[in-house]
Structure formats: C-alpha cells, structure tokens
Design a protein around this ligand. Structure first.
Ligand code: PGA
Length: 258
C-alpha cells in the first residue's frame, strides 16, 4: 500500500452465498465490530436481490454497497439483466466487472470493456478483475495475459474516468482454493499492472490507481499481502461472508501501514 498517493480499498465479493435476510443479519453484526478508522474504503458487493437490504442497513456508515455484475446496455429487452443506472438508483457505489467466474460463463474482454464504460457513464466505481489461469502461469504467459486484459478492459476509458476505476488482480488458481499467491507473486503482477497503466495514462495516473489482490485472502494472510507496495487492498470472497474475518482484514490495512 502507499496511502500517500492512493486509496486503500477492501471489497467483499459475496458471489451467490447470501439471501436478503442473511444480508440483514450480517450487516447488524458487522456494524457492531467494524473498525472505525477512515484509513480505507470498504465495499461489500452482494447478490442483486440483497442490494436494497444492504444499502438500507449500511446507510449511516462509510461502507459502500456494490453489485457483482451489470449489463452494458442502458435499457432494453434483456430479460433477467440489470443496467448500471438501475444499480446506481438502488444505492450501489461499486460494481465488480470481469470476474473470472463470469468470464468462465462466456463473458469476453469486449463485454467487460462495454460494462466498464457503462458503469463509469453511470457514476459507479468499477472493480475490474483480471487474472491468469494456472496453465497460463505455468507457460509463463501471466504478464502477456494480464497486459491484454487490462488494456482491453480500459479501451476508451479516458484519464479522468480512470481515476474512478479500481483494478483487482485475481489469479484464477487462487480463487476459492485456499491457495493464496505469495506476497511476492501478488506484488509482481500488481506492479506490472501499474506499469501498464503508466504506459497508457502516464506516471501520475499510475501512482494514483488502487490495485487490489484477490484470491483466498483471509484474516491470517492479509497483513503480509497488504504490506506490498503495489497491493492497495483486497477483493475478498469467502472471508467476506463472516463479519469477524472481514473486520479483521480491514483492521489489517491499518497495521500494514504503521
Ligand atoms: P476468495 O474469492 O477470496 O474466496 O478466493 C475471491 C474472489 O473471487 O473475488
């Protein structure tokens, strides 16, 4: 982390794990133990049906609620889909885009880019996910793959809008597997992402963009990962489902910078 230049962000990704009633329970408990320091931005990205319960519960707090996907179109005949402006109107501040689980369902780089543009146009903060598979890592294609994903996702995004983007490096082999990237591996790729941003937008923009690590980050390993200079926070799956664990990770961002 480097708080002099950029925000620390801890974001939860609930995936398809909680109902609206469970959301309410979580928020009540989390509110009572949530670290009060203002040293990092906290986001909870929840299933679409949980957004309104989450927004209502966290209204008076500094926690921003987010969605896990959006449709790139403003409106239209897209049964079952949700547009970015609907998320904003429902009280969302963030939206996760290009998660590897969605890419595995067929989402392409072109789709991700269209969604990023739609999110920005509607005032949402996109959390843009990139990451290599185990096969790509073993073939030493990690950096080439990340390069392509980052450039594709940000195609047509101007420098002013980039300031509102968050990028998350999530190696696919580390997601939900309990197999975390080492802090060196996480730092190496996050540093490379910053170099790509520098090449695209210049040094100042690169210094200011928050780059998160995601993939089995938990209450135990968070402090070490967050101590890396180019790891500005975390996108947390499993550990964001438990109020205690999520609160501990937020607290770790305080420790890591002291
Ligand atoms: P995990 O998920 O923390 O459960 O590995 C991370 C993610 O998919 O964003």
């Amino acid at each position: 982390m480097n708080r002099k230049y950029r925000k620390t962000v801890i974001a939860g990704n609930w995936k398809m794990y909680k109902t609206p009633s469970e959301t309410k329970e979580f928020m009540t408990e989390f509110k009572s133990i949530m670290p009060k320091g203002r040293w990092c931005d906290v986001a909870l990205c929840v299933p679409a049906v949980c957004i309104s319960a989450a927004v209502r519960a966290m209204r008076e707090t500094r926690v921003g609620i987010g969605a896990e996907n959006c449709n790139a179109n403003a409106s239209g005949a897209y049964t079952g889909e949700i547009a970015a402006n609907m998320l904003l109107d429902a009280g969302c501040k963030y939206v996760i885009l290009g998660h590897s689980e969605r890419r595995a369902m067929g989402e392409t780089n072109v789709d991700v880019n269209a969604k990023v543009l739609a999110a920005l146009e509607n005032g949402l903060i996109p959390i843009i996910c990139v990451g290599e598979s185990l096969e790509q890592r073993e073939m030493e294609l990690t950096m080439a793959h990340i390069n392509y994903q980052v450039r594709a996702a940000l195609s047509g995004v101007d420098a002013a809008s980039l300031r509102r983007c968050v990028i998350a490096y999530e190696p696919i082999w580390a997601i939900g597997t309990g197999k975390t990237a080492t802090s060196e591996q996480a730092e190496e790729v996050c540093r490379e992402i910053r170099a790509i941003i520098r090449d695209m937008y210049g040094a100042r923009a690169a210094r200011g963009v928050s780059i998160l690590y995601g993939g089995s980050m938990n209450a135990k390993n968070a402090a070490e990962l967050l101590a890396q200079p180019d790891v500005d926070g975390g996108l947390i799956g499993g550990a964001s489902l438990k109020p205690n664990d999520f609160a501990t990770i937020i607290a770790a961002t305080g420790e890591a910078n002291e």
